[in-house]
Design a protein around this ligand. Structure first.
Ligand code: HEM
Length: 433
């Protein structure tokens, strides 16, 4: 694990895993990485309006995402969340459950064809199943649908062309970002948005005709802002669909792939999940019978948070830990470092799902864990993602056995999400009961 740290942060000092705050200077701005729980609270929960999302980070995403909720700030962002959030509230999330289960079953069928024990690239399968989940829950169409398929393939091409977040710019000296490849990015973005526009228009027509299925898209398109009474226009909806697809499938795919890798390398935990998975019959109420699977998924999100870092901007001068933070300074919040912080976690690099049931880790859970961010800008899909991750793990591990490929240790790299350089290969075989 030590070795692995050197890989992800090649030249960077281990001190970032012990520091409460670190300051970086670039020719154009200063950035502060904060791990101090009090500062995280200030930025994310107590005073979030003073620390809007940094525009520097959004630049690479704008051609694809336009004015989507992921990028906006202030009054526009608040209005967008008032419309979107209700679709993801507890009771309504239940409606997405059948779509998640159906995507998981389709994933199992695909895996069956490759479960012969030869090395298989598991991240590709994780992306496929997570994209299927999003299409089924958002638009009630499976990934085999021609438009869904094309959006999915073009998104993949987009990502290859554009590693979205150039975090290295914020933390000079960190060498964990792949190089930028800009060729074709705008063209791909335009093509994806055209396809999403078609899906959105078709849905508007169905809503008008009274034939729309009650999925996430319909919920979001028919919910008025309680303050203004306005619903999203078609153009606004295209921006939101783009971010749901992007934020919703790449993150979940990353988490699922790492969770399967961790289970492959910890067969005792894999067996526990498999035993628990026997309880899963595809009903919503079965979720409460999967506590170990849930802890495994949480632990995977701790060790490999799909969104490794987030960036905010100080809108006015302030003081952090007796240091002056100038207006315009970039504030880097790093789930990656926080989740492995040596002053917060025992055995920070170890895979130990049991820690989630240990009362002694309550403080660490509160102060040192934010895979979905926190405060009013918390991930809209957090509840959804926790259901999805647990269901997919139970379905896959219930049916298949996953083993590592000797000599292959995946090296994490920050692409759009935390992915393994060159992918994660696992040997898959049917599970014998
Ligand atoms: C394991 C899966 C996921 C992880 C780890 C994750 C993580 C995150 C994080 C850390 C943020 C905050 C980013 C920032 O403030 O810079 C975020 C925002 C967001 N996520 Fe997720 N996410 C996941 C799944 C999903 C899903 C399934 C959806 C939708 C279906 C979704 C939709 C969003 C949206 C719309 C935002 C923007 C919220 C805002 O800025 O107000 N996410 N996510």
């Amino acid at each position: 694990m030590r070795l692995f740290r050197q890989d992800i942060l090649s030249a960077q000092p281990a001190r970032l895993y012990r520091a409460w705050m670190a300051e970086f200077r670039t020719p154009f701005f200063r950035s502060f990485m904060i791990n101090d729980p009090a500062l995280l609270r200030e930025v994310l929960k107590d005073n979030p309006d003073a620390y809007p999302k940094s525009d520097r980070i959004g630049a690479g995403l704008r051609p694809l995402l336009g004015e989507s909720v992921f990028l906006t700030n202030g009054a526009v962002w608040k209005a967008q969340r008032r419309i979107i959030d209700p679709a993801f509230e507890g009771g309504r999330l239940r409606d997405t459950f059948p779509g998640i289960v159906a995507a998981g079953q389709a994933g199992c069928t695909r895996l069956n064809a490759m479960a012969d024990g030869t090395p298989q690239m598991i991240d590709a399968e994780a992306s496929h199943v997570a994209a299927d989940v999003i299409f089924r829950t958002l638009f009630s169409i499976p990934i085999e649908d021609a438009t869904a398929q094309e959006v999915y393939l073009r998104f993949q091409a987009y990502q290859q062309a554009q590693p979205i977040l150039n975090l290295a710019a914020f933390l000079p000296g960190l060498h964990w970002m792949p190089r930028f490849f800009r060729r074709g990015v705008r063209g791909q973005a335009r093509a994806i948005r055209r396809l999403i526009a078609d899906l959105t228009q078709a849905r508007l027509d169905q809503i008008a005709a009274g034939t729309a299925p009650d999925d996430l898209a319909t919920k979001i398109m028919t919910t008025p802002d309680p303050q203004t009474g306005k619903t999203f226009t078609k153009a606004e909806m295209i921006d939101q669909v783009a971010i749901f697809f992007l934020a919703g499938h790449e993150t979940s795919a990353s988490a699922l792939a790492w969770a399967l890798y961790l289970l492959a390398t910890h067969p005792d935990w894999q067996d526990k999940v498999a035993v628990e998975a026997e309880q899963f019959t595809g009903n919503f109420s079965d979720l409460s019978k999967l506590p170990v699977t849930r802890d495994v998924f949480r632990e995977a999100l701790r060790l490999y948070p799909p969104v490794p870092m987030m960036v905010r901007e100080a809108s006015k001068p302030t003081i952090f830990r007796q240091r002056r933070v100038p207006q315009g300074a970039q504030i880097v919040l790093s789930p990656w470092h926080l989740h492995r912080h040596e002053r917060i976690w025992d055995n920070p690099d170890g895979f130990d799902p049991a820690r989630w049931q240990d009362p002694a880790t309550k403080t660490a859970q509160r102060d040192g864990y934010m895979p979905f961010s926190a405060g009013p800008r918390v991930c809209t899909g957090a509840g959804f993602a926790m259901i999805e991750g647990v269901v997919l793990l139970a379905q896959l591990v219930g049916q298949f056995h996953f083993a590592p490929v000797e000599g292959q240790v995946p090296v994490p790299a920050a692409h759009l999400t935390v992915r393994a350089q060159g992918g994660i290969n696992l040997r898959i075989t049917p599970r014998t009961k």
